[in-house]
Write a protein that binds this ligand. Structure first.
Ligand code: GTP
Ligand code: SPV
Ligand code: MN
Length: 584
C-alpha cells in the first residue's frame, strides 16, 4: 500500500476499507503498466472483450448490467444542510439520513473485491484552476475509465499532498440493485457517495459528480463557473482563432460540435477541439472569461456516429478506446445504429445475444466510447495549457422541434442569461426515463447544478458588473422540424455556417436584426453555399411567431414559480421587457 503524507486521505482510505471490507487496496499510480494490468484483469474476468487488434488496436468492448445503462436523475441527491440550498430542480436528502443510508449499503460491499484508490486532477496538472479529488471504487471498469477521462495517478496525489484539499468520492457497485442505488453529493463537505451503479455519469465521479455538482457551488463561492459545455477554437482563413463554449443538454450535440469538419465550401476554416462536455470558466485580469476543460477524455455517444456525421469520432476511437454497450460484429468490430445502413450478418447485440430485431436495437441508445482527448484528430494542445483559452462567444442550445430559431444573439449579458435560463429541450437516452419529453434545462445544467438554480442565475448575472469584455451569448437550435417531422437544418459540419455568422458578429462585420426575442440574422446573412436548402426553409429557421412566444412566456413563468423570491430580480425584469416587446 502506497503511503501518503496526507493524513486526512490515509485516514479516510483506512476507515472506508474498514467499512467496505475489500480483499485488497490498490493505490493507482496512473502508469501505462497499471492501465495494461487492469485491462488484462478485465479481459481475464470476461468483463472486457478484446476488439480486432488489426482495425481496433488496444480497444475493448464492455457490456454493463442491462439495468444500469444511463444516469438516474431520480436517484441523484444534493445533500446540503438546508433543503432550499438544493433548490426546486434537485432531489434533496438530509446529510445525516444520506450517510446512514449509504453506510448500510457500503457495509462489507467490497468483500472479495479490490478497492482502487484513484487520485485525480480535473484540469491540466499544473494549472491554478485545476481541482483534485480521490475516488475509491471497487470497479476495475470504472478505474480504467477514470484513467482515460482524468489526469489520474501519482502527479495528482503529489498535488493533493501539496495543497491539502481534495474531493472525497466513495463508489461501490454494491449489488447493482436499482432499489439500492444512490448518487449522493455533499457540497459542504466536498464529498460524493455513489452506490449501486457502474454507469458513466453515476460512477466516474470526476465527471458530473465532481466537475459539475460539487464544483458548481464551489465556483459560486469562489467567483467562477463550472459548466456543462464543450470548448472549441474556430480558426479562420486569416489564421485568427476564436474560442467558443457551448452548453447543450445531454445527448444534444456537444461531442459532435466539438469536432466538426468544415463543409467543402469553407476552405481555410478549421475547428480545434479542446473539450466536449465540461468547461470551468474564470474571469482573468484582462477582463476576459477563460475556459479550461477539466477532463482528459471523451465519454461520447456511439449511436448516430458515422463517416458522414462525425468522421473524427470514428477515427479517434479506433485505438486505445473502450466501447460500452455497443454491438459486436463477426470481425470483432464495434457496431451501432447509424454506423452503416443495416447491421452486418452475424451481429451480437449489446447484451451479448445474437442480434434479433425483436429484442430492440443492436447497440443501446446510450452506448458510449471512452477515448483519450489527444486521440482526436482536431485535438488542440491548448487543452493542456494551464491558463485555458479566452472565450469570445457562449452558445446555449437544446432540442426544440419548434419555436426556437436556428440562432439568436443576446442583446447583452443579462439577456443572454435569460436565454440560457429559459432554454428548453427534449429528454434523451442519456438518462433513464422517457425520451422526447420537453422540459426546461437551464444552461444544460438542470441535472448537474449542485445548488439552488436561482442562486446560480444570480451568480451568472453578477459577471455583468465585473467586466466589459465578456463573451457574446447566443441561443442555437439545430433541431427545428418541419411539418413532416424532418430536421430542417442539416446540422453537424454545416453548423459551422452558423458559427461563422457568430464569429463575424464578434468581429463586428455581420448584420443582425433586432426583434423582441433578440438579434436574428437575415436568411442571406447565413452562408448556404453548396447546401440544398431553399430560401423559404431558411426564412422559417430564422423566424419566430409572436403568438407561440407569448405562450412560451407564460410557460416560463410557471417554470420560474417554484423558485419564489430567490429568483434574481434582473432575470424577471429581463423577462418582463421581452414580454412587453412581444405584446406591442
Ligand atoms: P452528452 O455526452 O450526453 O452530454 O451528449 P452530447 O451533447 O455530447 O451529444 P452528442 O454530440 O453525442 O449528440 C447526441 C445525438 O445528437 C447524436 O445522436 C447525434 O447524432 C445528434 N446530433 C448531434 N449534432 C446534431 C446536429 O447538428 N443535428 C442533428 N439533427 N442531430 C445532431
Ligand atoms: C451526459 O449524460 O451528459 C453525459 C454522459 O455526458 S454521463 O457521463 O453519463 O453524464
Ligand atoms: Mn454531458
Amino acid at each position: 500500500m502506497e503511503q501518503t503524507s496526507n493524513k486526512t486521505l490515509s485516514e479516510w482510505v483506512r476507515s472506508t476499507a474498514e467499512l467496505t471490507k475489500p480483499d485488497h487496496i490498490h493505490w493507482c499510480d496512473g502508469s501505462k503498466e497499471e492501465y495494461n494490468f487492469l485491462v488484462q484483469k478485465l479481459e481475464a474476468s470476461g468483463d472486457f472483450t478484446k476488439l480486432n487488434p488489426k482495425t481496433y488496436p488496444g480497444c475493448y468492448l464492455y457490456r454493463s448490467n442491462p439495468n444500469d445503462v444511463a444516469r438516474t436523475e431520480h436517484l441523484t441527491f444534493i445533500c446540503s444542510r438546508n433543503k432550499d440550498d438544493a433548490g426546486p430542480l434537485n432531489y434533496w436528502m438530509a446529510p445525516d439520513e444520506a450517510r446512514e443510508k449509504a453506510n448500510g449499503i457500503l457495509q462489507g460491499a467490497m468483500k472479495g473485491r479490490t478497492m482502487y484508490v484513484i487520485p485525480y486532477a480535473m484540469g491540466p496538472i499544473d494549472s491554478p484552476l485545476t481541482r483534485c479529488g480521490v475516488q475509491l471504487t471497487d470497479s476495475s471498469y470504472v478505474a480504467v475509465n477514470m484513467m482515460i477521462m482524468t489526469r489520474a495517478g501519482t502527479k495528482a496525489l503529489r498535488r493533493i499532498e501539496r495543497e491539502g484539499s481534495f474531493v472525497k468520492g466513495t463508489h461501490t457497485l454494491a449489488d447493482l440493485n436499482p432499489e439500492r442505488r444512490y448518487i449522493m453529493h455533499f457540497p459542504e463537505e466536498l464529498a460524493i457517495i455513489s452506490v449501486g451503479s457502474g454507469y458513466g455519469g453515476n460512477a466516474l465521479l470526476g465527471k458530473k459528480c465532481h466537475a459539475l455538482r460539487i464544483a458548481s457551488p464551489q465556483a459560486h463561492t469562489e467567483g467562477w463557473l463550472a459548466e456543462h459545455m464543450l470548448i472549441i477554437g474556430i480558426e479562420t482563413p486569416e489564421k485568427e482563432t476564436f474560442f467558443v463554449t457551448g452548453a447543450f443538454p445531454s445527448g444534444c450535440g456537444k461531442t459532435n460540435l466539438a469536432m466538426i469538419l468544415p463543409p467543402e465550401k469553407f476552405k481555410g476554416y478549421k475547428i480545434w477541439t479542446l473539450g466536449d462536455d465540461i468547461a470551468w470558466l474564470h474571469l482573468r485580469e484582462d477582463g476576459r472569461l477563460w475556459a479550461i476543460n477539466p477532463e482528459n477524455g471523451f465519454f461520447g455517444i456511439a449511436p448516430g456516429t458515422s463517416q458522414k456525421s462525425n468522421p473524427s469520432a470514428l477515427d479517434m476511437s479506433k485505438k486505445n478506446s473502450i466501447f460500452t454497450n455497443v454491438g459486436l460484429t463477426k470481425e470483432k468490430e464495434p457496431w451501432w445504429e447509424g454506423l452503416s445502413k443495416t447491421p452486418p450478418e452475424g451481429m451480437i447485440d449489446w447484451q451479448g445475444r445474437p442480434y434479433d430485431p425483436k429484442n430492440g436495437p443492436v447497440a443501446h441508445a446510450n452506448s458510449r466510447f471512452t477515448v483519450p482527448l489527444s486521440n482526436c484528430p482536431t485535438y488542440s494542445k491548448l487543452a493542456d495549457d494551464p491558463r485555458g483559452v479566452p472565450i469570445s462567444a457562449i452558445l446555449f442550445g437544446g432540442r426544440r422541434r419548434s419555436l426556437a430559431p436556428l440562432v439568436t444573439e443576446a442583446n447583452d449579458w443579462a439577456h443572454g442569461v435569460w436565454l440560457g435560463a429559459t432554454a428548453g429541450s427534449e429528454t434523451t437516452a442519456a438518462m433513464t426515463g422517457k425520451v422526447g419529453i420537453p422540459r426546461y434545462d437551464p444552461m444544460a445544467m438542470r441535472p448537474f447544478c449542485g445548488y439552488n438554480m436561482a442562486d446560480y442565475w444570480s451568480h451568472w448575472l453578477s459577471f455583468a458588473s465585473k467586466s466589459t469584455k465578456l463573451p457574446k451569448i447566443y441561443r442555437v437550435n439545430w433541431f427545428r422540424q418541419d411539418d413532416n417531422g424532418h430536421f430542417m437544418w442539416p446540422g453537424f459540419g454545416d453548423n459551422l455556417r452558423v458559427l461563422k455568422w457568430i464569429i463575424d458578429r464578434c468581429k463586428g462585420c455581420a448584420a443582425a436584426e433586432s426583434t423582441p426575442i433578440g438579434l436574428l440574422p437575415k436568411p442571406e446573412d447565413i452562408n448556404t453555399d453548396g447546401l440544398d436548402i431553399g430560401p423559404d426553409t431558411m426564412k422559417k429557421l430564422l423566424s419566430f411567431s409572436r403568438e407561440e412566444w407569448l405562450r412560451e412566456m407564460g410557460d416560463i413563468e410557471t417554470f420560474f414559480e417554484p423558485f419564489g423570491s430567490r429568483i434574481p430580480h434582473t432575470l424577471l425584469e429581463e423577462h418582463k421587457k421581452i414580454k412587453e416587446s412581444l405584446s406591442k
